[in-house]
Ligand binder design. Structure first.
Ligand SMILES: Cc1cc2nc3c(=O)[nH]c(=O)nc-3n(C[C@H](O)[C@H](O)[C@H](O)COP(=O)(O)OP(=O)(O)OC[C@H]3O[C@@H](n4cnc5c(N)ncnc54)[C@H](O)[C@@H]3O)c2cc1C
Length: 405
C-alpha cells in the first residue's frame, strides 16, 4: 500500500483491547512508525493486597528480550523478581525436577511481574510514540468489514477506517464473536486461585510448582520476599477454599505446599479464575487478526499465556511493518497468512503440551504416578534434554523478532 493510499485511512491498524498483549502490539507498530489506535474499555484497577497486584505473570527470558526491544523493560525492571531456580515435584516421595538458570547459561529463568506493572510500563512506552494513541475508556459499538477497509464505530459515534483491525480483547473476545469465528474450548472444571502470601523464610529467587491430585500449586517469588500463589483446584474444592477465612486458608495452603518456606504468615485477598484451554478456529480473516487470549488460552500451569500473546504481537507487528515497506496491503490475506504460519507451530505445541501435562499430573489411572516420576527423573538427569527443554520453555529458540525494524 502506498503512503498516499494509507492517508485515506484514519489509522494503519486499530487494536481492540489494551491489555498486556494489545499494548505490546501497539508499541511494536508505533516503533515501526505505523499509525496505531488502541481502544480499551476500562482503566485498569488492580486489586492490591499486601501491597501487590494479585495478578502476576511469569515472564520468560525470550519475552524479556522482546520487552527490552520495545523499550518497556527498563521501566519495570526494578519491580520484577528474578526466578533463579524452579523446583517441580508431586505428592509422591521420590521424583521431582529442578531447573537452575545457570544450567542454561542465564542469570534468570524468567521474572515474576505484576500484570498492572507490565501493562503500566507498556502504556508509558506507548505514550511516547508519536504515531500511536490509546483511547481509554472507549468501547466499540460495531465493526463492519468492507473489501478495502474495516470500519470501526465507537460508542461515542466516532468512526475509524483502517486496513486492519486486531482483536486483543481477551478470552471472551467481542471482536471474535462479531466476526462469527467459533472456538475450540475445553473447560478443565478447575479454578485458579491467586493471592499474595508472606512466608517466614526468604524465597531466594526460587519458584515452586507442586502437583497435587487436584491440580498444580505454584509459589512464585515476588520482590520484598513475598510470594504469589496460583492454586488450581476442582470447581467445588475451589469454592470451598475461597469461602475459608484467612487463618483456615493459610492452614490448608501450608498443608498442601509443605514446609519448604517455613510457616506461611499472611495471605492477601484471593481471586479465582475458571481455567480453560481455548483456540479460535481462525486467527486471521481479511482485515482481521486475533492475538493473545482472543486467539488462544492455555492452562496457567505453564505460566506462558501472556508470553505466547507477546510473541503473537511481535510477529504480527513485524509482518505489518514489512508489508508497508514493500507496498503490500497488510490487511490482506497473504500478509495475515504469514502471521498465522509464523505463530501456529508455537501455539499448537504449547497448547497440546499443556493438555498432555495436565492429564499426566492429574490422572488417577494406576501407574501414572510411576510414569511421571520416571519422566521427571529422566528429564532432570539428562543434561542436553534438560537444557533443550529449558531453552524451549524460555522462548529462546523461536523465530520471533526481538525488536521491530
Ligand atoms: C490464574 C492465572 C494465572 C496466569 N499466570 C500466567 C503466567 O504466570 N504467565 C503468563 O504468561 N500467563 C499467565 N496467565 C495468562 C495471562 O494472564 C493471559 O494470557 C493474559 O492476560 C492475556 O492477555 P491479553 O492482553 O491477550 O488479554 P486480557 O489480559 O484479557 O486483556 C484484554 C483487554 O481487552 C479489553 N477489552 C475486552 N473487551 C473489549 C472491548 N469490547 N472493547 C475494548 N476493550 C476491550 C479488556 O478490558 C482488557 O484490558 C495466567 C492466567 C490466569 C487465569
Amino acid at each position: 500500500m502506498s503512503d498516499t493510499g494509507r492517508m485515506e485511512f484514519d489509522a494503519d491498524v486499530v487494536v481492540i483491547g489494551g491489555g498486556m498483549v494489545g499494548l505490546a502490539l501497539a508499541c511494536g507498530l508505533g516503533q515501526a512508525g505505523m499509525r496505531v489506535t488502541v481502544v480499551e474499555r476500562e482503566m485498569a484497577h488492580p486489586s492490591r493486597s499486601l501491597g501487590r497486584d494479585c495478578r502476576v505473570s511469569a515472564i520468560v527470558a525470550g519475552t524479556v528480550e522482546m520487552l527490552r526491544g520495545l523499550g518497556a523493560w527498563r521501566r519495570l525492571e526494578h519491580e520484577a523478581c528474578a526466578i533463579e531456580s524452579m523446583r517441580v515435584w508431586d505428592d509422591q516421595r521420590d521424583g521431582g525436577i529442578r531447573f537452575e538458570a545457570g544450567e542454561a547459561g542465564l542469570d534468570a529463568l524468567g521474572f515474576i511481574v505484576e500484570n498492572s506493572v507490565l501493562a503500566g510500563a507498556l502504556r508509558e512506552t506507548l505514550e511516547e510514540l508519536p504515531s500511536a494513541e490509546l483511547l481509554c475508556p472507549a468501547s466499540v459499538a460495531d465493526v463492519r468489514w468492507r473489501v478495502s477497509a474495516a470500519e470501526v464505530e465507537l460508542d461515542d459515534g466516532e468512526r475509524l477506517r483502517t486496513p486492519l483491525v486486531v482483536g486483543a480483547d481477551g478470552g471472551r473476545s467481542w471482536l471474535r464473536a462479531r466476526a462469527g469465528i467459533p472456538v475450540w474450548s475445553h473447560r478443565f472444571g478447575q479454578q485458579g486461585i491467586v493471592a499474595t502470601v508472606r512466608p517466614a523464610m526468604p524465597h531466594r529467587g526460587r519458584a515452586f510448582q507442586r502437583f497435587l491430585p487436584t491440580g498444580p500449586l505454584a509459589f512464585l517469588p515476588l520482590t520484598g520476599d513475598l510470594c504469589s500463589i496460583v492454586w488450581s483446584a476442582e470447581d467445588g474444592e475451589a469454592a470451598r477454599l475461597m469461602a475459608l477465612d484467612d487463618a483456615r486458608f493459610l492452614e490448608e495452603l501450608q498443608r498442601a505446599f509443605g514446609p519448604v518456606l517455613g510457616p506461611l504468615l499472611e495471605a492477601g485477598e484471593r481471586a479465582a479464575f475458571p481455567l480453560r484451554s481455548q483456540l479460535a478456529r481462525h486467527v486471521a480473516r481479511p482485515r482481521l487478526a486475533l492475538v493473545g487470549d482472543a486467539a488462544h488460552q492455555i492452562h496457567p500451569l505453564a505460566g506462558l499465556g501472556v508470553n505466547l500473546g507477546i510473541r503473537d504481537a511481535m510477529v504480527l507487528a513485524q509482518e505489518v511493518a514489512d508489508a508497508r515497506r514493500f507496498g503490500e496491503d497488510w490487511g490482506g490475506m497473504p500478509v495475515l497468512e504469514r502471521y498465522m504460519r509464523g505463530r501456529m507451530p508455537d501455539v499448537l505445541a504449547v497448547l497440546g503440551g499443556m493438555e498432555g501435562f495436565h492429564h499426566l499430573f492429574t490422572s488417577r489411572v494406576p501407574g501414572m504416578g510411576w510414569l511421571r516420576n520416571a519422566g521427571m527423573r529422566l528429564a532432570g538427569n539428562a543434561g542436553p534434554l534438560k537444557e533443550m527443554l529449558m531453552r524451549r520453555a524460555m522462548g529462546l529458540s523461536l523465530p520471533v523478532p526481538r525488536r521491530i525494524v
